[in-house]
Design a protein around this ligand. Structure first.
Ligand SMILES: Nc1ncnc2c1ncn2[C@@H]1O[C@H](COP(=O)(O)OP(=O)(O)O[C@H]2O[C@H](CO)[C@@H](O)[C@H](O)[C@H]2O)[C@@H](O)[C@H]1O
Length: 480
């Protein structure tokens, strides 16, 4: 079976968050199921520079305001279809933001072009690759099912995956005339959304199947509280909506062979060997060297991730004798809050503001626990990396965090099934209690090592989830 995945970022070519990890890992995971997946993404400079054996397979005289081509090629072990359009994508830096840190004003056009090109592939216009399924990820690819709906002739079936309902791609109605969609599409049963154009709304309306990245999040987004305005549509389409938990790339995230670590390790020797990584984290983050609990954070610094709550717990965390190594970037206020806390608590809190793949691996391999106090979390990947690396996840009880971590309550501890610490509700008192619980549990080193061992045994690979996607694709093809 041939499947075209459409995404605005793909690891290791371009990454701002978890979407890239998933889009980059799925093709290999699906190969074992007889699925040939190619990924379509924009021709950003980093993509064009890495592309090998590039061949044009479609040419546009005018692709949303300039010349464009679809190129096939390979990069970083992936089979790609790249939308080359210099006027839209030949810009350095972040794929979504200009140098002023604001969204590019023509993002609506850039990602309409991505979806438009994907729909051409999905309607069989590109002989080099004729997919039976087109799998669109997030709002940037979400017009694809709309374009395919209005294409003539046989077209591929469509899957729309929501990685984060908070990002919807909403634009004023005035752009509609330039989207190359028929007038009929501007309707409540179409792309229209509160008087404007909603990209994700369109994808959710037109896709043959909808998925999100955990069963709990699939439930949450059908409620008014967490549906971010799209819960009504999602309730209507509940029979087409499934939650499939993300896996992780267990080759890239493998403590036995991870070149980013000071010391690699396996479950048999992790207790001693992780020490060297802990020392390296202390060095990099300017922390005191001691044997107390060392927490880490690897995160976008945003409201979603509950980082403002953590800021309010830092004095208590230090008061309990724990330390924190924080790697993150995002909201300027939060960056400055963490920097100030580090200045206040020299040797106890260390920060690296920025995005750093190497340090993110080192933290998982050296810190004792990873704090993830998200207000909502569609799946979450860092807790899965934590499980694999013996870095105990301390998480809020929401979405994919609730689905993937077994709380260290008495029963679970006794059975040896506990893998982390969960807390609810998502507020400062309950996060503080979770930090206290972690410190207490860490003092009982045998129990703590038990959590680490159970985590490291957990299957966080793509195996089960890839099988679910494969089944979903197969069912879609057989549906009349
Ligand atoms: N400063 C930094 N330096 C280095 N690496 C950093 C970093 N900040 C974050 N990362 C990395 O970026 C990724 C973030 O993964 P998350 O699951 O938290 O995804 P995110 O919220 O971006 O995406 C959305 O999509 C994913 C994928 O479906 C869902 O898991 C998630 O719930 C949803 O919000 C991880 O690989 C993490 O290690």
């Amino acid at each position: 079976m041939k499947v075209l995945a459409v995404a605005s970022e793909v690891f290791a070519l371009v990454k701002t968050g978890g979407l890239a990890d998933v889009a980059g890992a799925l093709p290999a995971a699906l190969k074992h199921h007889g699925i040939e997946m190619r990924v379509m993404l924009p021709g950003y400079p980093a993509v064009m520079a890495a592309l090998k054996d590039a061949k044009p397979v479609k040419v546009y005289g005018d692709l949303f305001g300039g010349k464009g081509r679809i190129l096939t090629g390979r990069a970083q072990g992936l089979d790609l279809l790249v939308v080359e359009a210099a006027h839209l994508f030949d810009r350095p830096g972040n794929p979504y933001l200009g140098p002023d840190g604001k969204d590019w004003p023509d993002n609506w056009k850039r990602f309409a072009a991505l979806s438009y090109a994907a729909a051409d592939v999905g309607s069989g216009e590109v002989a080099a690759f004729m997919p039976e399924i087109v799998h669109a990820h997030d709002w940037q690819a979400a017009l694809t099912p709309a374009y395919l709906h209005f294409a003539s002739g046989p077209v591929a079936r469509t899957v729309m995956t929501v990685h984060n309902l908070a990002f919807q791609g909403q634009y004023p109605a005035s752009i509609f005339a330039q989207l190359k969609l028929p007038a009929a599409a501007f309707a409540i049963n179409g792309v229209e959304y509160y008087g404007g154009v909603g990209y994700l709304k369109a994808g959710l309306h037109y896709a043959d199947a909808i998925t999100t990245v955990s069963p709990s999040y699939a439930d949450e987004i059908t409620t008014q509280a967490d549906g971010m305005g799209l819960d009504g549509l999602l309730r209507l389409r509940r029979d087409r909506l499934t939650g499939i938990v993300n896996g992780i790339d267990t080759d890239i995230w493998n403590p036995a062979s991870d070149a980013h670590l000071a010391q690699s390790y396996v479950p048999r020797n992790f207790i001693q060997r992780r020490e060297a990584n802990k020392r390296e984290v202390e060095r990099r983050f300017g922390l005191d060297q001691d044997d107390g609990l060392l927490f880490c954070v690897v995160s976008r610094l945003t409201w979603q991730k509950g980082m403002d709550l953590l800021v309010q717990c830092l004095d208590d965390l230090v008061g309990l004798g724990a330390r924190l190594a924080m790697l993150g970037a995002g909201d300027a206020q939060l960056e400055s809050d963490f920097t100030q806390a580090a200045a206040r608590h020299k040797g106890r809190i260390g920060t690296v503001i920025g995005y750093d793949e190497t340090i993110s691996h080192l933290l998982q391999g050296g810190a004792d626990a990873i704090l993830i106090p998200s207000r909502f979390e569609p799946c979450g990947l860092t807790q899965l990396y934590g499980l694999r690396y013996g870095c105990v996840p301390v998480v809020s009880h929401v979405g994919g965090l609730a689905d993937t971590i077994v709380d260290a309550n008495e029963a679970a501890l006794e059975q040896g099934s506990a893998t982390g610490i969960q807390f609810a509700p998502v507020d400062v008192p309950s996060l503080t209690r979770a930090i206290e619980r972690s410190v207490r549990l860490y003092a009982d080193r045998k129990a703590w090592n038990g959590l680490q061992k159970a985590g490291m045994k957990t299957d966080v690979s793509w195996e089960k989830s890839a099988a679910r996607y494969a089944l979903l694709y197969k069912n879609l093809l057989h549906r009349s």
